[in-house]
Design a protein around this ligand. Structure first.
Ligand code: MRU
Length: 354
């Protein structure tokens, strides 16, 4: 057994009195940590993709609540009101990833319980910070478990295609969809990864190819429009992606282009797996049609990375995510196990078992 332990970059680091955030917009060329001290800076970092990926957004927002409420000097009731206000504010940063709202709800509930317990203001602030730290450390453990379950579906030598970045950079550690690749690496199992570059913001090229290559995982970068070709050649035995939100019926919201990959996978008889923590499954959203889809600036399409590639004034449609209907999903891989259709029943069961 080889022991090549995961040593990827950490995207969110609590540094005593500030949040050090890896600016993912600058990767892979520059590794820069931004020192954030206010909720406004965290909001801006989430909105502008300095931190991105559903779990990492939730973790950053949890620390954002801590930063935004720490100025309160008197009275835990006033502090609780400020926690709630900051959480509502941070919730407006991006609409699709449910982990953001999940983490903020958890922070609000914790703050209410702290006040209920009668802690002093200083103790309350520390306890809320502890909750953010817990959200982050739980995510690491969760992802390892997701990785174990996902790896049980793969065999040595398989080709696996992924879209966007659901790796260590998008989470506390390991990632969701990329976790099995790191566990395989630790165990001397070879998986050949195809990473879609993921237009228009290139999370696949800039982040997935970067972190897998840095870890020594066998990764081949392809343009999004090459996925069908590599599948037709028989090089892809499975697809695995992350997600920003799974609806109660198993419809999956993920980075734009995921739906096309799922359709291609089905056409080639290739299993299509979705890896995510329970915190990404939203039983309150019945189907994918109710998941809010973020639309981003047209400039991401017309002049991404500073080079104009489309005529001035042309109409642009730039949704950041799409919905893959449940019928294309072979299985959803969570920390509690692998869920198959019928998703409306089996996802509910998963939560009832908790
Ligand atoms: O716009 P992004 O980069 O935040 O989109 C990220 C994705 O679509 C990921 O696949 C998803 O958040 C899962 S991350 C474990």
């Amino acid at each position: 057994m080889t022991t090549k332990e995961y040593a990827g970059l950490q995207s969110v680091i609590w540094a005593g009195d500030k949040l050090d955030l890896l600016d993912q917009r600058l990767l892979p060329e520059e590794i820069v940590y931004l020192p954030l001290t206010t909720a406004e800076e965290v909001w801006e970092a989430i909105r502008h993709l300095k931190v991105r990926g559903a779990p990492a957004i939730g973790i950053a927002a949890a620390y954002g609540v801590v930063l935004g409420s720490r100025q309160v000097q008197e009275g835990t009731n006033g502090w609780l009101a400020e926690v709630r206000k900051q959480a509502e504010y941070l919730a407006t940063s991006r609409p699709t990833a449910v982990n953001l709202f999940w983490a903020l709800d958890r922070m609000k509930a914790k703050a209410a319980a702290i006040v209920e317990a009668g802690l002093s203001l200083e103790e309350a602030k520390q306890a809320l910070l502890d909750e953010a730290v817990t959200i982050q450390s739980e995510d690491e453990e969760t992802n390892r478990q997701i990785g174990e379950h996902a790896l049980s579906l793969f065999e040595d030598g398989m080709g696996v295609l992924t879209h966007c970045n659901a790796g260590g950079l998008a989470t506390a550690k390991y990632g969701t969809a990329l976790a099995p690749f790191y566990l395989a690496q630790e165990r001397g199992i070879t998986l050949k990864v195809f990473a879609d570059e993921t237009r228009p913001v290139l999370q696949g090229a800039r982040l997935t190819a970067f972190e897998l290559h840095q870890a020594g995982v066998d990764v081949t970068l392809i343009c999004d429009n090459m996925a069908g070709m590599v599948m037709s050649k028989g090089w892809v035995n499975a697809v695995i992606v992350g997600t920003d939100r799974v609806a109660a019926n198993g419809d999956v919201a993920n980075k734009i282009g995921t739906y096309s990959v799922a359709v291609l996978a089905k056409a080639h008889g290739i299993p299509f797996y979705v890896a995510c923590p329970l915190s990404t499954i939203d039983l309150n959203t019945p189907t994918g049609a109710e998941i809010p889809i973020e639309e981003r600036n047209p400039e991401e399409v017309t002049e991404g990375f500073g080079k104009r590639t489309a005529p001035q004034g042309v109409k642009v449609y730039n949704p950041a995510f799409d919905i893959t209907p449940a019928e294309y999903v072979t299985a959803i891989i969570t920390e509690k196990g692998i869920v198959k259709a019928p998703f409306n029943i089996n996802l509910k069961k998963l939560f009832e078992e908790q």
